[in-house]
Design a binder for this molecule. Structure first.
Ligand code: FAD
Ligand code: NAG
Ligand code: NAG
Ligand code: NAG
Length: 586
């Protein structure tokens, strides 16, 4: 009796393990057609899977499609949003942005790029619009099949259920405004109007008003600047302060292309306090953060900085006044924690961030792990019997999100297919714990920014498993022109298409021409050449294929050691930025 049940359970587990190795994942439900959803569809197609994307609205683009009317449950942006990462850093790895598009695009231009991507790879036919996913549940035979029952609701109300082998959740995380009203005593009786940044569309209606903006994240900074052009006075209230960086970096190049190379990151890892000191010194040089009332307690790398080109100009002209945290609100007056009071406030805008929510998933599937979602590599819930559900695009970093979402999607689809295996549940939980404590040490107040990751290390760790991490040594030996750019140039996403699954033949060319695409949108007027200078005739390519030794030598002879000490990363970019010849016309 005991024996039969033993052998029965043995054969059952044998059966299960055989099944699990032969179960083929074929159909995938992709939820959401924003930037993360689009690249997930593309990754499915690349892996020979059959994606069906459900999008609740009538078009692609997610957050980047500006909507005239507020859309509850969806991301909303204001009319003036301009991407805070430049086009080369924000592109998909096998789809460089058109050269003519500006480096820091308006949201409407990013939408154009997304449309081009969707059209080029024929993604539209896999998208079902005006269809909201209302529930995703494991099938009764889930441990064997790994399948999910996906229930959808059409705009007109019809419900339908379909079975999928795998699910990719790409619903974004700027959908649920975080409005901590209890931290602002008296707000309920406030005589003016208050709103969350999610509701802010433009400065329309703020003419001549007195406005208090609460919170200095990217949205808070943008809205303060926006409103200050028409308002009587804008006050920007911040508890912690922030480092403010500009889109316009050294020499006018996109700020995120300068000082963000692999070598820079290595230097940062080796000499963290030196690099932090230097960053802050350079920022102080453009404007002293203490003088401007912005200086935070935390170091530059401990929090994602605010990207804002205009804020210093609005502060120096007095249109924006920086204030500490709000203590309380009395009628139409706002009292700050330092005892100062501003009377006759008309509008308070809370740029206090977002909460996240997955109303369609089984509760408990994405359990919390000290403020962070418990997701292995920010993608897979560790407790599933089969890894057939992935979350894509649920990260933020000092850099663009699209390439991260793309890497997650490439990795997840290979896991779905069984080409990559995940560690045991226990090992994944350990990994999440380790990750969380690393990030807690690295970042100030992780609880407010629980989705942060470190750009290059995060991409590299997944690329390594996928087999697409650039082989630096090999590249430097075989193709120094590409290799040096990968090492010393900006870490553009094309680096992850040089080899391995999903290799793209255009990747080399995309890397070699990246500065050309940066320069192109500036060529709107032929600028005069200083007469004393003759045009350098050697081509950029020649310069760039010089060996590393020669480059370092030039570096040391051209610039004194002291300037190297105070700005080493800035010097390196010069070698990998366009030469003067490039600024002319082709
Ligand atoms: C003001 C602002 C500025 C930003 N600037 C930058 C920047 O410069 N660079 C950068 O990299 N990132 C920026 N971000 C971050 C931005 O969130 C990401 O770049 C990106 O838009 C995330 O894409 P996503 O596809 O994950 O989500 P989203 O763009 O939000 O798309 C989610 C999609 O899912 C759909 N959906 C949701 N729920 C369902 C459901 N149940 N069923 C069906 N469909 C559903 C939605 O309709 C939507 O189309 C910014 C964010 C904000 C708020
Ligand atoms: C920046 O300026 C402030 C105020 O002058 C100063 O306290 C701080 O040390 C400076 N930081 C660096 C890194 O120079
Ligand atoms: C995770 O925790 C935060 C606050 O700590 C909460 O707002 C959020 O709803 C939780 N998410 C889940 C999925 O439990
Ligand atoms: C750009 O802004 C978004 C939204 O505020 C933020 O999540 C992201 O981290 C920012 N990127 C950079 C490079 O600051």
């Amino acid at each position: 009796m005991v024996q039969t049940s033993l052998s029965l359970s043995l054969s059952l587990s044998l059966f299960l393990s055989v099944c699990s190795s032969i179960i083929m994942v074929r159909t995938v439900a992709v939820i959401g057609a924003g930037p993360s959803g689009l690249t997930s569809i593309k990754s499915c197609l690349d892996e020979g899977l059959e994606p069906t994307c459900f999008e609740s609205s009538e078009d692609i683009g997610g957050l980047w499609r500006f909507k005239e009317h507020l859309d509850p449950g969806r991301a909303n942006i204001y009319q003036s949003v301009i991407i805070n990462s430049s086009k080369e850093m924000m592109s998909y790895s096998d789809f460089p942005p058109p050269a003519h598009l500006p480096n820091n695009m308006h949201h409407s231009q990013l939408l154009i790029y997304l449309r081009l991507y969707a059209e080029t790879f024929d993604l539209f036919k896999h998208i079902v619009f005006q269809t909201t996913v209302v529930s995703v549940r494991q099938r009764p035979d889930f441990p064997v099949s790994g399948q999910w029952e996906v229930e959808t609701e059409r705009t007109e109300g019809q419900r339908e259920s379909q079975v999928f082998d795998a699910v990719m959740v790409c619903t974004g995380h700027f959908t649920q405004p975080h409005l901590p009203l209890k931290d602002f005593p008296g707000i309920e009786e406030f005589e003016g109007r208050y709103l969350h940044s999610w509701e802010y569309r433009s400065a329309e209606g703020l003419q001549g008003k007195r406005v208090v903006v609460v919170g200095i994240g990217n949205s808070g900074g943008d809205i303060a600047v926006d409103a200050s052009r028409v308002a009587e006075q804008v006050y920007l209230s911040t508890r912690k302060g922030a480092w403010v960086v500009s889109r316009v970096g050294a020499g006018g190049l996109p700020g995120d292309l300068v000082g963000t190379s692999r070598l820079d990151k290595l230097l940062q890892k080796l000499f963290p306090s030196w690099i932090t000191w230097m960053m802050e010194k350079n920022l102080n040089q453009s404007f002293d953060h203490r003088l401007y009332g912005l200086q935070p307690k935390h170091g530059f790398f401990a929090q994602i900085p605010v990207v804002n080109d205009d804020l210093p100009g609005r502060i120096i002209s007095g249109r924006v006044l920086i204030k500490p945290n709000i203590g309380e609100i009395r009628g139409s007056s706002v009292a700050f924690e330092d005892g100062s009071v501003v009377d006759k406030v008309d509008v308070v805008v809370f740029a206090t961030g977002y909460n996240y929510d997955f109303p369609f998933l089984p509760s408990g599937l994405l359990a919390n792990s000290s403020h962070r979602l418990s997701l292995y590599r920010n993608v897979f819930p560790p407790g599933l019997a089969r890894p057939s559900l992935a979350v894509v695009g649920f990260v933020c970093n000092l850099g663009a999100i699209n390439p991260l979402a793309e890497m997650q999607a490439r990795w997840a689809t290979r896991v779905f297919k069984g080409l990559l295996t995940l560690p045991s549940e226990e090992a994944m939980l350990q990994d999440i714990k380790r990750d969380t404590s690393t990030l807690q040490n690295r970042f100030a107040c992780l609880e407010r920014h629980p989705l942060q990751v470190d750009h290059i290390p995060y991409l590299d760790s997944m690329a390594e498993e996928l087999g697409v991490r650039p082989n630096l040594l090999g590249l430097l030996l075989r193709e120094p022109g590409v290799g040096l750019r990968v090492l010393l140039g900006p870490c553009t996403p094309y680096q992850y298409r040089l080899r391995g699954p999903g290799q793209w033949d255009g990747a080399r060319q995309a890397i070699l021409t990246q500065w050309e695409r940066v320069a192109q949108p500036f060529r709107t007027r032929m600028a005069a050449q200083p007469e004393s200078k003759t045009r350098a005739s050697c081509s950029l390519r020649l310069t760039l294929t010089l060996s590393g030794a020669v480059l370092l030598l030039t570096l040391y002879t051209r610039h004194s050691l002291s300037s190297l000490l105070s700005h080493p990363t800035g010097l390196l970019y010069k070698l990998y930025s366009p030469s003067e010849t490039m600024w002319g016309w082709k």
